[in-house]
Design a protein around this ligand. Structure first.
Ligand code: CP
Ligand code: NVA
Length: 304
């Protein structure tokens, strides 16, 4: 039976471990200039409703380097924009391509595509989740800290799609995650309930960023207004005061704290220029790892 990757709750701990190991092997082979034609003759479709630099290009280059082909479709250029039902589009695309990566607003839309497709569907970001991002982020944590186990990971900022996927990852893998979000911008109860997060000792919710980052090994942040929420930013700035990841806040974390951001970043809002431009910043390794992780994801779903 085909498998989809819509949420990290779809994965078992073994699935995670396999993807981390495989992405690292593929990264190593890439560094040696070795490309295996693992997906020769296979085609990945990408339907994106929202902008993307990293996720789109990481998927496209991953596919090309594995001997396959990507086809990018802006929703506007397809009949979806003229109201062809998702279930019809999904059934038709299943006859042409081998896998579909989607970036949408409503998470229900990727679920609808997955339900009607005979090919694997990958969530390349929805308003609710960004699973592929967190897979490559944990890979980056492993590279820098040796493991995600025994590491204190702190989210500082908006309880958004990226944060939700961190909650799901911590729920499945059991690592220590503290989420510091302003009142009114925390993780929604339905996300907490679905992950069973309030029954887990390893996941803590707070609205105090200073307390949260004390002795942190990893501090992660993301924009204060996600795609589709840009109009709300002005009204949110006051609520997010004190939540900027800057040198002051990071002075409370461990000396060798790893700072992560999925990017794109808004300098002077959720993160300071100095932190973003720090000499040993890992953001660029983090972005690179998306390609290696996307290869591992594509291989596991398409070659199954
Ligand atoms: N981090 C991330 O998903 O970036 P893009 O929006 O550029 O794909
Ligand atoms: N939370 C951000 C992530 C972008 C990669 C957004 O959804 O816009």
């Amino acid at each position: 039976m085909k498998k989809d990757l819509l949420s990290l709750l779809d994965l078992t701990p073994n699935d995670f471990e396999h993807l981390f190991k495989r992405a690292m092997v593929l990264k190593d082979r890439h560094k040696q200039g070795i490309y295996d034609s693992l997906l020769a003759g296979k085609t990945l479709g990408l339907i994106f409703d929202k902008k993307s630099t990293r996720t789109r290009i990481a998927f496209e280059t991953a596919m090309i380097q594995m001997g396959g082909h990507p086809i990018y479709m802006s929703t506007q250029d397809t009949q979806i924009s003229r109201n062809e039902p998702a279930k019809d589009t999904a059934r038709v695309l299943s006859r042409y391509i081998d896998c579909l990566a989607m970036r949408t607003f409503d998470h229900a839309l990727v679920e609808e595509f997955a339900a009607s497709s005979t090919i694997p569907v990958i969530n390349a970001l929805t308003d609710s989740f960004h699973p592929c991002q967190i897979l490559s982020d944990i890979m980056t944590v492993i590279e820098h800290k040796g493991s995600y186990k025994g590491v204190k990971i702190v989210w500082v900022g908006d309880g958004n799609n990226v944060a939700n996927s961190w909650v799901n990852a911590a729920a499945v893998l059991g690592f220590d995650l503290i989420l510091a979000c302003p009142d009114g911008h925390g993780i929604k109860q339905e996300i907490i309930d679905a992950a069973g997060a309030d029954r887990k000792d390893n996941i803590i919710f707070t609205n105090d960023p200073k307390d949260a980052v004390k002795n942190a090994d990893v501090v992660y942040t993301d924009v204060w207004a996600s795609m589709g929420e840009e109009d709300e930013l002005e009204g949110r700035l006051a609520a997010f005061e004190g939540f900027q990841v800057n040198e002051d806040l990071l002075s409370l974390a461990k000396d060798d704290v790893l700072v992560l951001h999925c990017l794109p970043a808004h300098r002077g809002e959720e993160i300071s220029e100095a932190v973003l431009e720090a000499k040993n910043a890992a953001f660029w390794d983090q972005a690179e790892n998306k390609r290696h992780m996307h290869k591992a994801i594509l291989e596991s779903l398409i070659r199954k």
